[in-house]
Design a protein around this ligand. Structure first.
Ligand code: SP5
Ligand code: ZN
Length: 342
């Protein structure tokens, strides 16, 4: 399997985040992507290739134009106020206390285009986001050209990014952009299968009213876990998308057996939907020692997940999402891929 990787992710570094009432170094670190890349090499998964360059026309079909225009301007506007450090929002429009009118001030704009304070900007953020987008689209293009499976080693991740909201370390929804690209390249139906620990709220929102892109999500139950406000089992899609969204929430403490049972349910729903291609939002924050998560998957469990996905027999693009136990992240993520290939 070919891996698409860009070193430009590394400019998105030194960010901080709010955690349990304190400002701490962000869990989403450059080392994550480097360790995964090194593991790809170590196990000989296949060639590691640079992305091609894409314009934002496909991204503009899943994201709001004003949002996409804001992302590259966020850091320059912040810096123009004489600020350094990490740009993050502190005020958000909530139902009843908002109008649909973008402010002009950087602090207002950061909140207007975010659902939490977790997608923070430094000087190199936009370039990294742009490269991550290209990494995803290059994988999608290779799939459209006939590859059976490709690994888009995206960083920053994307599945929390909605049509006009950043959050949860995510800016552009790489998996959604890839799925949209595949839709435009001959596949009538495409599925996004999200196995990150957290609900892919952005991906769900983007495709919620669409019947051509199915979204299947396995995640920690939002009753207890971030991102809290979406991800329940009764969210099934709306309008033309009715029935094309499937949430499989799981309790804290979930280990591999219930996880595989939920995965089997998700895979059966995908087979019923009959997509021409599959995009997997691959998060490995389901790992037992993940510092911000509460599932119990272990390193030897990951190849079985890949093998189960492979049994669908679909052209498959893996798009990297979360996973914050940094040292084991390579073995866990690449374990899914080697399991897929066996
Ligand atoms: C892509 C992705 O996996 N994003 C995850 C973003 C999670 N951000 C908020 C996590 C809050 C976790 N708080 C747990 C406290 C443990 N010390
Ligand atoms: Zn996650």
């Amino acid at each position: 399997m070919r891996t698409i990787y860009s070193p430009r992710h590394a400019g998105h570094a030194g960010n901080v985040e709010l955690n349990s009432g304190a400002i701490v170094p962000a869990f989403e670190l450059p080392r994550r992507a480097e360790i995964i890349r090194d593991r790809v090499r170590e196990v000989g998964l296949g060639p590691i290739e640079a992305p091609r360059e894409f314009d934002l026309s496909v991204a503009a079909r899943v994201h709001d134009r004003g949002y996409l225009d804001f992302l590259p301007r966020a850091w320059p506007m912040w810096a123009a106020e004489g600020r350094g450090g990490t740009a993050m929002p502190f005020v958000f429009p909530v139902p009843g206390l908002r109008r649909d009118r973008p402010p002009e001030d950087i602090d207002g704009l950061l909140g207007f285009y975010a659902f939490d304070a977790g997608a923070t900007f430094v000087e190199g953020t936009w370039d990294a986001v742009r490269a991550s987008h290209d990494v995803a689209l290059t994988g999608a293009a290779l799939l459209a050209e006939g590859e059976r499976a490709v690994f888009s080693l995206c960083r920053p991740p994307g599945h929390h990014a909605g049509s006009r909201f950043a959050g949860g370390y995510c800016f552009v929804n790489n998996a959604a952009v890839a799925a949209e690209y595949l839709r435009g390249r001959g596949h009538e139906r495409v599925t996004v299968l999200d196995i990150d620990y957290h609900h892919g709220n952005g991906t769900q929102e983007i495709f919620y009213a669409r019947g051509d892109v199915q979204v299947v999500n396995l995640h920690a139950d939002p009753v207890r876990e971030y991102p809290y406000f979406l991800g329940h089992a009764d969210e099934r899609g709306t309008g033309a998308g009715e029935g094309a969204n499937l949430n499989l929430p799981l309790p804290w403490g979930t280990g591999i057996e219930p996880f595989m049972a939920a995965l089997a349910t998700g895979l059966a729903a995908i087979a019923d939907f009959g997509p021409g291609a599959l995009v997997v939002s691959l998060g490995v924050d389901t790992y037992r020692e993940d510092p911000i998560s509460r599932f119990q998957l272990d390193t030897p469990d990951y190849p079985g997940i890949g093998a189960a996905v492979a049994a669908l027999g679909l052209p498959t693009l893996f798009v990297m999402e979360g996973g914050y136990a940094v040292e084991p992240i390579g073995a866990n993520a690449v374990g899914v891929l080697t399991g897929f290939e066996e």
